[in-house]
Design a protein. Structure first.
Length: 277
């Protein structure tokens, strides 16, 4: 297993808590002493604005610039333009320029590996890279899947996203088969859970029945809360804004699950290396 683990937060449906999960997983990992790089791979720049950089259009360097440098084979400093947030995470920000770049990359050789090639230049300085993807399965999201070691899928607990999930799993399977054989689905994270409703409970049950045999469903679930919606305009994580809230505690538990999975994976790898000696 590589020293730095790259996780893509992915679901082609919007409004499922992707950006909130990327932000709070990243800060949660940093709180556990990990060096974390967040990558905003959505032209809407939601992760960038959630971390407090509101005027994304005025940012001098964004992910679009970094990917353009890789395409042009510039010898630019790959760390230039990475922003540092006071909750101890770094960020490669994004804005609408990324949408234009996606179009121009269609004619580029190895276009699906541009993000991976960029991250290879910086990831040795980090323990974790967490990529927030856009709600589509276009070229930039494909780049995220090619660059990732694993995928976490946030799923809104309001309905069973069977069709969308199947499409996403097919895409991940295709990427694994053709380009990135080490790609794993790390698990499904249930978000926006309202435990007062039968709907949330039945969605969780249906997810386990339909996908639980093949994919881990995280034990942690993220409750729906007004505070969680408010925090996106505050430029900080839920841990900083509302440290004792149920959402904060849920994301802390989820982060521990992700770390425990990574440790188990390392142990399995070491054991298999020992057996082959």
């Amino acid at each position: 297993m590589p020293q730095c683990k790259t996780i893509a937060i992915c679901n082609q449906k919007g409004g499922v808590g992707k950006t909130t999960t990327a932000l709070n997983l990243g800060v949660g990992l940093a709180m556990q002493g990990k060096r974390v790089l967040l990558v905003d791979a959505d032209p809407q720049g939601d992760l960038t604005t959630c971390l407090g950089w509101r005027d994304t259009d005025s940012l001098p360097v964004t992910l679009a610039n970094k990917l353009s440098e890789v395409v042009r084979e510039d010898n630019a400093n790959p760390f230039a333009g990475i922003l540092h947030h006071n909750e101890n995470v770094d960020l490669v920000p994004s804005n609408l320029e990324l949408a234009g770049l996606e179009q121009s990359m269609l004619n580029v050789l190895s276009r699906e590996s541009v993000l991976k090639n960029y991250l290879n230049q910086v990831k040795n300085s980090y323990d974790y890279v967490v990529i927030d993807t856009m709600p589509s399965l276009g070229l930039i999201t494909l780049n995220a899947l090619v660059a990732a070691d694993s995928v976490i899928v946030p799923v809104q607990a309001q309905y069973l996203p069977a069709k969308g999930m199947t499409q996403l799993l097919q895409t991940v399977s295709k990427v694994k088969r053709q380009i990135n054989p080490d790609l794993q689905i790390e698990g499904i994270l249930l978000t926006l859970v309202d435990n007062r409703t039968n709907l949330s409970r039945s969605t969780a049950t249906a997810l386990k029945e339909n996908f639980g045999k093949h994919i881990k469903i995280f034990g942690s679930t993220i409750p729906i809360a007004v505070k969680a919606a408010e925090v996106s305009s505050k430029g900080q994580s839920i841990y900083s804004y509302e440290p004792n809230s149920p959402v904060s505690k849920a994301y802390a538990e989820f982060t521990k699950e992700v770390l425990a999975d990574a440790n188990r994976q390392k142990e399995r790898l070491h054991a298999s290396h020992d057996r082959t000696r």
